[in-house]
Design a protein around this ligand. Structure first.
Ligand SMILES: [Zn+2]
Length: 341
């Protein structure tokens, strides 16, 4: 009898996952010097029907916790059991850095500069190689979840190379107010995935070593938006793409004095050229240095530690052709966050 061809099983980490089922996979990435193996756990939902293979991963930088919580919520979402295509959910890629509460591996290397890696290379290179060959290889689309570096925070945003139409479409589908065009950095997961012809975007939101609903909720909803856009939910219409608000450019405002920063603006604020962002004071009350915005734009990132040296980055400001429309979308996002349980 001629019928629809059954979907093939999914092979990953030495396991076979039948269509319409899901599985917990543990891939050994390295060992501790206590002779204890280090595993990278992931949850894979392999739908009955064909569709894309979406990889959502976090903590490539071991101190970036936002994405771990986002993926935990995705794993628990009952909608995952009835999808088109396959989703691979990897909450922590860089376990050695994670247990050290650090961005970097114990050899001080940044894993996100060593993709695609080499099985005979450095520690970072070997872990990168393992992740690429055993996990990334399977994916057609990738969402890589990040936060700002330690003592900095980012307003939720998508970074991608907008010259690639497929990447831009996925970035728009995520549904955040802004997309920043980010140059590809050689050795990053996004770069290597692009080299393999995969569509990849990076979410940036929140602060390292902290969990904030202001970043978790938009990232969680963003992944669901991407899944809907890719047709992975059976009962959801493909959502209309948001009008992209792509930053023209962005710059860091740096400290002109050494001292203690008294901040005057919140993350996501719409600031005018010349507007006061903060003042740098000294503990003895001898001076106050005003920090102002050199451009009209949105505060998309900021330092969270008020102790500053000259030259340190204080505020990341992105400029847009129509700043007011981005400001409106930021208000909409804030009310969305408040509405969510
Ligand atoms: Zn990161």
């Amino acid at each position: 009898m001629a019928g629809k061809k059954a979907r093939k099983a999914f092979h990953i980490g030495g396991k076979i996952i039948a269509p319409g089922t899901d599985a917990r996979i543990n891939i050994e990435t390295t060992q501790l010097y206590t002779n204890t193996p280090v595993h990278m756990p992931m949850h894979v939902y392999h739908g009955k029907e064909d569709g894309p293979t979406l990889l959502v991963c976090a903590a490539i930088h071991g101190d970036e916790l936002t994405g771990i919580e986002v993926i935990r919520r995705l794993i628990k979402n009952p909608r995952m059991t009835d999808i088109n295509g396959t989703i691979i959910l990897v909450p922590i890629v860089n376990h050695l850095a994670f247990i050290h509460r650090s961005r970097y591996l114990p050899d001080r290397r940044d894993l996100n500069r060593f993709f695609p890696g080499l099985d005979t290379g450095s520690l970072a290179s070997r872990i990168a190689h393992k992740f690429m060959t055993e996990v990334v290889e399977h994916a057609t689309h990738i969402v890589d979840l990040h936060t700002a570096a330690v003592h900095r925070t980012n307003f939720p945003q998508i970074r991608t190379n907008i010259d690639n139409a497929e990447n831009l479409e996925l970035a728009k589908a995520f549904g955040l107010p802004m997309v920043l065009n980010a140059e590809l950095i050689e050795g990053s997961l996004r770069y290597s995935a692009g080299q393999m012809g995969k569509c990849a975007i990076t979410f940036e939101g929140g602060e390292a070593l902290r969990l904030s609903e202001d970043a978790i909720k938009p990232a969680y909803q963003g992944v669901l938006n991407v899944m809907a856009h890719l047709g992975m939910f059976k009962d959801v219409e493909k959502p209309a793409l948001l009008v992209p608000t792509i930053a023209n450019s962005s710059l860091w405002v740096r400290a002109d004095a050494d001292g203690i920063l008294k901040n005057e603006v919140e993350l996501g604020a719409h600031v005018k050229q010349g507007q006061l962002l903060g003042t740098i004071n000294d503990p003895m009350g001898d001076f106050e240095t005003r920090v102002t915005s050199p451009i009209n734009g949105i505060v998309v990132g900021a330092t969270t530690i008020p102790l500053v040296h000259q030259g340190e980055a204080l505020y990341h400001i992105a400029s847009f052709r129509k700043v007011s429309s981005v400001a409106q979308k930021i208000d909409d996002l804030r009310s969305f966050i408040e509405r969510q349980e």
